[in-house]
Design a protein around this ligand. Structure first.
Ligand SMILES: CC(C)(COP(=O)(O)OP(=O)(O)OC[C@H]1O[C@@H](n2cnc3c(N)ncnc32)[C@H](O)[C@@H]1OP(=O)(O)O)[C@@H](O)C(=O)NCCC(=O)NCCS
Length: 156
């Protein structure tokens, strides 16, 4: 069995975590984005755009965790108490429970803070995962800064 450790995302993780998000979005989600939307998204995460700004962007969210396997970051979740901004798992680790472990840690923290509901903007690829975890669509599909997104919500 693959042993995955979930820990808080540190300042020094920014390059690796940003690269994981950028690579995973390009591989699984790029069809959700217009050309401009993709460039705008990658600007925040691709370390080739400057590590300092990626670090600043990733550390902006108070809740942030990584999944680690053999000292390598294989998943990232981050956001605010009532809003998940990112959840990305390396393609080699899909369907192994990594996303579920990251989400469980995140929701545990939210519950401890007394949060009653949590929202997110899912990619089309992410919708079945979130449905499996009890999230419901709140509207139809929308465009948000050139990205096709599905607003979803879960009551905690
Ligand atoms: C969505 C994502 C985070 C899920 O991570 P994961 O580690 O593969 O998910 P898990 O293994 O914990 O999956 C738990 C359950 O969710 C459902 N699920 C996960 N991925 C699914 C998929 N591609 N299609 C259908 N159901 C899926 C399944 O019910 C799965 O249980 P099962 O494998 O026993 O059938 C991952 O696929 C990913 O990073 N995708 C690309 C980025 C993305 O779209 N992120 C969402 C941004 S909002």
């Amino acid at each position: 069995m693959t042993t995955i450790r979930i820990r808080r995302l540190k300042c020094s993780d920014a390059g690796e975590a940003g690269a994981l998000i950028a690579r995973t979005y390009r591989t699984f989600n790029r069809h959700d984005a217009t050309r401009k939307g993709l460039a705008g998204f990658l600007r925040h995460y691709d370390p080739s755009n400057g590590l300092e700004s990626i670090r600043e962007h990733l550390l902006r969210t108070p809740l942030r965790y990584v999944a680690v396997h053999n000292d390598k970051i294989v998943g990232v979740i981050r956001g605010f108490e009532r809003y998940i901004v990112n959840l990305y798992v390396h393609g080699d680790y899909h369907r192994m429970g990594v996303g579920s472990q990251l989400l469980a840690r995140y929701l545990y923290c939210c519950r401890r803070k007394g949060v009653r509901d949590i929202k997110l903007r899912a990619t089309s690829y992410g919708v079945p995962f979130y449905q499996k975890h009890g999230f419901k669509r709140t509207t139809g599909v929308r465009m948000f800064w050139g990205l096709r997104i599905q607003p979803m919500k879960k009551m905690l």
